[in-house]
Structure formats: structure tokens, C-alpha cells
Design a protein around this ligand. Structure first.
Ligand code: FMN
Length: 159
């Protein structure tokens, strides 16, 4: 089974999950940041990691997800400022699933990812602060070792 891990990450949170997923996968495997990612055709399992912006997968990830062929096995993972399991985070994961609705989604994982102080300040200064902002202070230090272990368990279960 040939696996491909592709991730989008500006501040490194999603990259941490991607590297842990890659470490856990058995067999031939490759890992790429999204801008260097190959065409997904020919891989038996594709894992795509994204971060949330405006309540959705970041645009580069969304674009890549749309390239995955019908029937290909896809594992989705994400980091966000919103709380784990929050409606905001679930909606974003559902959005990713919709983009890739013709693929075979074999699993998902998401957790909080630390939000930079500059972004916290900028988001907080908006007339209507985004819904995820109240959860964001608790994202500090995430993904942490417990998040990584939880992700690894999910990835182990795929094989
Ligand atoms: C411009 C910007 C917009 C963001 N919008 C959201 C959002 O809509 N919802 C959310 O939960 N987190 C949001 N975040 C937080 C990031 O998704 C989170 O910190 C993520 O872990 C960043 O991943 P990375 O370190 O891999 O880049 C935003 C962050 C930035 C920089």
C-alpha cells in the first residue's frame, strides 16, 4: 500500500500532525507540504491535513482535495483555534468531506492548534469577533503530545 501525506501549515501545527501520521503509516510512504505535493493519482491512501480559516479548510488544501480521484481512500486531519468537537470545527470538517465527496473517506481527526498572538489580537479587534476566538486561548501548546498520540491511534486503525 502506497501512502501520501500532504499538509498545509503556516505556523507548524498541522505539520506536526502530518509528520506523526507519516511516522505511523506502514509501507511505502511520502510526505509533502501542499505546494510541493504531487498529483494524488496512483496512491492507495492519501492523508490531507489542513488548518481552518474563516471556518473552512484553508484554500490551498481545498484546491488539493478537489483533485483527489473518485474512489481513492482519503484520511482528513486538521488543526484549528476552535475547541475540539465544536460545531465550528465539525462544520469545517464536513466542508472538507463535501469537497472530496466522491472519494472514500476512511477517517478524520482534528484538534486545536495554537493561534499566534498577532492573529488573536487582530481577530479580537473585529467589530464581531469570530466564533472560534473564545476557544483560542485554550489552544496554546497544541497540538500537544496527547493530540499526537490520539492521531497516531486513528492512523494505526486505518492499516
Ligand atoms: C488568518 C487566520 C484565520 C483563522 N481562522 C480560523 C477559523 O476560522 N477557525 C478556527 O478554528 N481557527 C482559525 N484560525 C486558527 C488556525 O486554524 C490554527 O491556529 C491552526 O492550528 C493553524 O495551523 P498551522 O500552524 O498548521 O498553520 C485562523 C488562523 C489564522 C492565521
Amino acid at each position: 500500500m502506497k501512502s501520501l501525506v500532504v499538509y498545509s501549515s503556516v505556523t507548524g501545527n498541522t505539520r506536526k500532525l502530518a509528520e506523526a501520521a507519516w511516522d505511523t503509516l506502514n509501507g511505502p510512504k511520502e510526505i509533502f507540504p501542499i505546494l510541493e505535493a504531487p498529483d494524488p493519482e496512483g496512491y492507495d491512501l492519501i492523508a490531507v491535513g489542513f488548518w481552518l480559516i474563516a471556518g473552512k479548510p484553508d484554500p490551498k488544501s481545498a484546491e488539493y482535495l478537489a483533485k483527489i480521484k473518485p474512489g481513492q481512500s482519503l484520511f482528513l486531519f486538521a488543526t484549528h483555534g476552535a475547541a475540539c468537537g465544536s460545531e465550528h470545527a465539525e462544520n469545517a470538517m464536513n466542508h472538507a468531506k463535501e469537497i472530496a465527496s466522491k472519494t472514500k473517506i476512511v477517517g478524520t481527526f482534528s484538534c486545536q492548534g495554537e493561534v499566534s498572538p498577532a492573529i488573536l489580537k487582530k481577530a479580537g479587534s473585529k467589530p464581531v469577533p469570530p466564533v472560534w476566538l473564545k476557544d483560542a486561548p485554550a489552544a496554546e501548546g497544541h497540538p500537544d503530545s496527547a493530540d499526537i498520540e490520539a492521531l497516531k491511534k486513528v492512523v494505526e486503525g486505518l492499516q
